[in-house]
Design a protein around this ligand. Structure first.
Ligand code: ADP
Ligand code: GN1
Ligand code: MG
Length: 364
């Protein structure tokens, strides 16, 4: 059995290990921060155990992140930026591999901790949130010249909402293997009643009105690192789901998470709503950077996509609740149900604000 120290020893880290602690609030992977003393200088590394239940092909996943980060390093250097700090740097193992496989079959990979940076689970101001919009917009723009067909699809149908409904939600409901369907009938009914909305973006992709681009696919606020002192955005992280995808979902997922007046797993749904000031700030930042690369159809669907991705997340949380919590990490037995309820409350509020959201986008 590998110990954590033993796993750290497999990587090309500089200096002597001082400490290694679990860190972050991600729902899938396990993240550690390892501190090293390198001749009196502290050097931090991020070490992650990748969830093999979620990511079935670690080689393809790591190929994607190496391809995207090396491309970004060139673009950032050409633009006069600092490639060392503005993109992730993965560290190979001493054996020269992109990740290390433990005796028990689990996978570990490592990268340099972005120097003097911090991530946030909530933005204290709309301005800060707007900066993350710029960061994800810039990410989209910088990858504009990267051929998306070079990337592996690490999780098929990741943001194909209707596919998830038909192939994951409905089967989980009919199987009801954890015996929980009776405890969430209202949520099931809500999701069923929105079925017609679920194929809208997929159809626009099929008709060619919406192009596939290189997308991040998990644009939560805590996937952007900010400078500790200036609060400027430094680097977009968490590249495991970078794949060919729909740019609208990158926009919408960030809104879902960051423009919510409550946490993703708020139990008191009366606290959940879409903050239109935050929506405006993010839209401004995002469109400032990549507005000129999006087509009219994409722009017309930014607000709708925010609702759809929120519905999709609600459905994914509820599916996992019905399955007995196999996918997302949970802190207590009803956690996935609480997440689903709070996301559905956000869907309802966004539906009431759709016209206003579209008005804001048009204004910008
Ligand atoms: P997850 O897939 O579990 O969300 P992330 O890759 O987003 O994992 O990492 C979890 C947290 O760890 C991030 O929100 C961030 O705070 C921190 N983190 C990850 N990578 C880095 C990095 N290279 N530099 C600094 N902090 C990082
Ligand atoms: C998961 O790993 P993390 O916490 O950044 C999930 C996302 C969800 C998110 C909801 C691979 O992201 O799709 O939007 O939880 N990642 C995967 O918080 O399923
Ligand atoms: Mg993350």
């Amino acid at each position: 059995m590998n110990t954590l120290n033993n796993i750290l020893e497999k990587f090309e880290f500089d200096g002597e290990l001082i400490s290694c602690k679990e860190f972050g609030s991600g729902h899938i992977n396990k993240t550690y921060i390892a501190k090293y003393d390198n001749n009196g200088n502290e050097q931090k590394y991020v070490v992650q155990c990748v969830n093999g239940n979620v990511f079935k092909n670690i080689d393809e996943l790591m190929e994607n992140v190496f391809a995207v980060t090396s491309y970004l390093q060139d673009v950032i250097a050409q633009n006069g930026g600092d490639p060392d700090r503005e993109t992730l740097h993965y560290i190979k193992t001493k054996a020269g591999d992109k990740y290390y496989t433990c005796d028990d079959g689990s996978f570990y990979r490592a990268y340099i901790f972005v120097k003097d940076s911090i991530s946030y689970d909530t933005a204290d101001t709309a301005e800060l949130f707007g900066r993350s919009g710029e960061a994800f917009g810039k990410f989209q723009k910088m990858l504009g010249g990267f051929d998306s067909s070079r990337l592996y699809v690490t999780i098929p149908n990741f943001h194909n909402t209707i596919w998830r409904y038909e192939n994951e939600f409905l089967p989980a409901l009919s199987e009801d293997k954890a015996g929980r369907a009776k405890t969430c009938q209202a949520e099931i009914d809500f999701i069923n009643s929105r079925k017609d909305d679920m194929s809208r973006i997929e159809e626009l992709v099929k008709s060619g009105d919406i192009p596939l681009r290189v997308t991040h696919n998990d644009t939560k606020l805590n996937n952007v690192m900010f400078d500790e002192r200036t609060n400027e955005c430094v680097c977009v992280i968490d590249l495991d789901t970078v794949m060919p995808g729909v740019a609208l979902f990158d926009f919408g997922d960030a809104i879902r998470f960051g423009a919510n007046t409550a946490a993703e797993d708020e139990k008191d749904t009366s606290k959940v709503s879409l903050d239109l000031e935050y929506f405006r700030a993010y839209s401004k930042g995002f469109l400032k950077e990549c507005g000129s690369t999006l087509n009219e159809c994409e722009k017309n669907n930014l607000a709708f996509a925010s609702i759809l991705i929120t519905l999709e997340l609600a459905m994914r949380f509820l599916t996992d609740y019905l399955n007995g919590d196999e996918y997302f990490k949970t802190a207590y037995p009803e956690h996935n149900l609480v997440r689903a309820r709070s996301q559905l409350a956000l869907v309802s509020d966004m539906e009431n604000k759709l016209d206003e959201m579209n008005r804001i986008i048009n204004e910008i």
